[in-house]
Design a protein around this ligand. Structure first.
Ligand SMILES: [Zn+2]
Length: 421
């Protein structure tokens, strides 16, 4: 057996971190920055070097996909893994990764006056002795999600070098624009023929997240009637007050500042108005699909009541942003239970994470491929304190290999045991 390639995973991670792949909300190109194309093309070449088949890149969705073909005659159902190439909304120019071999658990001077402090970030204690990689104070590192990419390539190289390990078809996908919630919505999954998949995006070893927010946004416009206040009796309709009446009809305690774990909220983002017109923007977030729909209905009914009372002065535009894959995945407990088996085998304690946001998996699940999120081996995502360790990226590679090999054993007799929690 050839072991996981430490230097390969380290070198790939560092070279990908150096590439500026920041995504831009305001840009409508596909993908939203040329740096992402450069990395995606580089990954396309890497999949070729690793001997994958059916590799393709599409300009339409900017996804690279490739297949590690099954090496057994009665293969398990095709399984997929997904990581994203873009980085968050933070300086990504001239990223200079710093390598701290055999990390001693002490504070690290990143540069530019910033310290990665072990008191402030206690998770650093878990990586003492590791080869720790940080940025240098003025940029993010890009561990989100280049640690996911490097771990996935680590698994791929390991399986390609150890052909005695049985596996079914494994599909790999690298995509753009996750941080701005646009990439996976465009993904043409006809190029990714799997039964289910996992994203490897953030999280800690042992995490699994398949319940996310359901999300909608709404804009409510109020039309008033302006007349001279001295002669306003029975005539004036004040749009600003209509907006206030609307807001006071929203549930008082269903707000972000009183919401945690599996609780949702309605957030009034903007409340702008005068006598003539007013506008309220809000978002709705909820894990529970029924309650999410009830909250949308509550907003619709409030508008209806105001229109009945004041005569069609309120307009509502509401649209769904993303949906939690929770309901779909609960109907397919095998997808979660397989991860439980693999984590147990790896000695990882399992944490079910309610993910208080959206993921690429939300969009991919909506296209019919149930896709929970696992983890990627990094920490402190989205800023200058990001870090990853080569050991944790190898742990990711080992975990993915374990999922694939357990899948071969378990797939033929999918147990009907209920969803493990
Ligand atoms: Zn990410």
């Amino acid at each position: 057996m050839v072991d996981y390639d430490f230097d390969y995973i380290k070198d790939k991670f560092i070279s990908y971190c150096k590439m500026n792949t920041r995504s831009y909300e305001t840009n409508n190109d596909v993908p939203t920055s040329p740096g992402q194309v450069a990395l995606l093309k580089e990954l396309e070449q890497e999949l070729k070097r690793l001997g994958l088949t059916e590799i393709s890149y599409s300009d339409k969705d900017a996804y690279v996909v490739g297949k590690i073909p099954a090496n057994i005659s009665n293969p398990s159902a095709p399984i997929g893994f997904v990581a994203h190439v873009d980085t968050a909304d933070f300086n990504a120019e001239n990223i200079r990764p710093q390598i701290h071999e055999n990390y001693d658990g002490k504070d690290i001077e990143l540069g530019h006056g910033y310290t990665l402090s072990s008191a402030e970030f206690p998770s650093l204690k878990k990586v003492i002795g590791h080869t720790l990689i940080t940025a240098s104070g003025d940029t993010l590192l890009g561990a989100d999600d280049k640690a996911g990419i490097a771990g996935l390539l680590g698994m791929t190289k390991y399986l390609q070098e150890n052909t005695s390990i049985d596996h079914g078809d494994i599909w790999i996908a690298f995509g753009p624009d996750e941080e701005i919630g646009k990439g996976a919505a465009r993904f043409d999954v006809s190029r990714f023929p799997v039964e289910f998949a996992y994203t490897l995006d953030n999280g800690d070893p042992g995490d699994i997240a398949y319940e996310t927010f359901n999300a909608a946004s709404a804009k409510v416009k109020f039309r008033g009637t302006v007349v001279h206040p001295g002669e306003a009796y029975g005539l004036m309709v004040n749009a600003a007050l209509l907006a206030n009446e609307f807001i006071s009809g929203l549930p008082k305690d269903f707000v972000p500042e009183k919401s945690k774990d599996y609780q949702g909220y309605i957030l009034v983002l903007k409340n702008n108005g005068n006598v003539d017109h007013a506008e309220v923007d809000l978002i709705i977030r909820d894990f529970d699909t029924d309650h999410f729909l009830a909250m949308k209905e509550l907003v619709t009914n409030l508008v209806k009541q105001l229109n009945e009372k004041y005569g069609d002065r309120v307009e509502l535009e509401m649209h769904d942003q993303y949906r939690s894959p929770g309901d779909l995945i609960k109907k397919n407990p095998y997808i979660v239970n397989l991860v439980h088996h693999a984590y147990e085998k790896m000695g990882l304690s399992i944490h079910h994470i309610p993910f208080r946001g959206g993921t690429d998996g939300d969009f991919i699940s909506e296209k019919g491929i149930p896709t929970p999120n696992l983890f990627n081996g990094g920490a402190n995502f989205h800023g200058r304190y990001e870090y990853a360790t080569v050991e944790n990226m190898i742990l990711l590679a080992q975990t993915l290999t374990t999922i694939v090999t357990e899948h071969v054993k378990l797939d033929q007799n999918r147990d009907e045991t209920p969803l493990k929690r």
